[in-house]
Design a protein around this ligand. Structure first.
Ligand code: PEP
Length: 253
């Protein structure tokens, strides 16, 4: 039985005071025991204070980071190491978000190195994969996602694969208000699970959590979560407001 995960990616939004306000609201709205796991990924600048609020309130909401650099320390100006995240009690790390790949030119090789570093430091990666609109319209969506998975996961063994969460995020649905239809999202998440089964066996495929991301809102979460292979959501815009994000996290109630 896979526990659903609803993770909020705040991207480059919220200064520290706003981030603290948002997490305090979320803690009070999502304070009761939940059937889903909830995580928030604030900007680096507010990880310490958000971590402090989570710690003090003893909530089950987990802390995530939006990025990491695959080295313990060194001359990497502007970067943050897995050890620094661990010291702040970060649990999840988003790796390979399409904005990192598209805007910052992150290659699959870099994504693979980041996954390695996250796992080696006993943190839990949320790996994002997905196709552009042009690739979807050209009938290349499936081959793109398969290729990303092969390249990004090449160093992971059977013991490690279920410590990973995979987020299928069609790039054309991110921040655009266009959601993939539940059927399209199900088709791709099931393809991802089949690929994991082929590469790592049925047991790993049954266990691994696969999220959908792309304009998830309180209004579409229920139909997405009704799909067999969708185990949760990675939420951008819809996670920036406490009422909206808590309605998404409480979708079944
Ligand atoms: C995201 O960036 O991971 C995302 C899914 O964004 P949005 O929900 O805003 O489409």
């Amino acid at each position: 039985m896979r526990t659903p995960l609803i993770a909020g990616n705040w991207k480059m939004h919220k200064d520290n005071a706003e981030a603290v306000e948002l997490i305090e609201e979320l803690v009070s709205l999502l304070g009761k025991p939940l059937e889903v796991e909830v995580a928030v990924c604030p900007p680096f600048t507010s990880l310490p204070d958000v971590s402090g609020v989570l710690e003090k309130s003893r909530t089950s909401i987990r802390l995530g980071a939006q990025n990491v650099y695959p080295a313990a320390e060194g001359a990497f100006t502007g970067e943050i190491s897995p050890l620094m995240l661990k010291a702040l009690k970060v649990h999840y790390v988003i790796v390979g978000h399409s904005e990192r790949r598209e805007i910052f030119g992150e290659s699959d090789e870099m994504v693979s190195d980041k996954l390695r570093a996250v796992l080696d430091n006993r943190l839990f990666p949320i790996l994002c994969v997905g196709e552009t609109l042009q690739e979807r319209e050209g009938g290349e969506a499936e081959s793109k996602v398969r290729r990303q998975l092969s390249d990004d996961l090449k160093s992971l063994d059977k013991e490690e694969i279920t410590n990973l969460v995979i987020a299928y995020e069609p790039i054309w649905a991110i921040g655009t208000g266009k959601t993939a239809t539940p059927r399209d999202a199900q088709d791709m998440t099931s393809l991802i699970r089949e690929k994991i089964a082929g590469d790592y066996g049925d047991e790993s495929a049954d266990e691994i959590r696969i999220l959908y991301g792309g304009s998830v809102k309180p209004d579409n979460i229920v139909e997405l979560m009704a799909m067999h292979d969708i185990d949760g959501a990675l939420v951008g815009g819809g996670s920036l407001d406490a009422i909206s994000f808590s309605r998404i996290a409480l979708y079944g109630t």
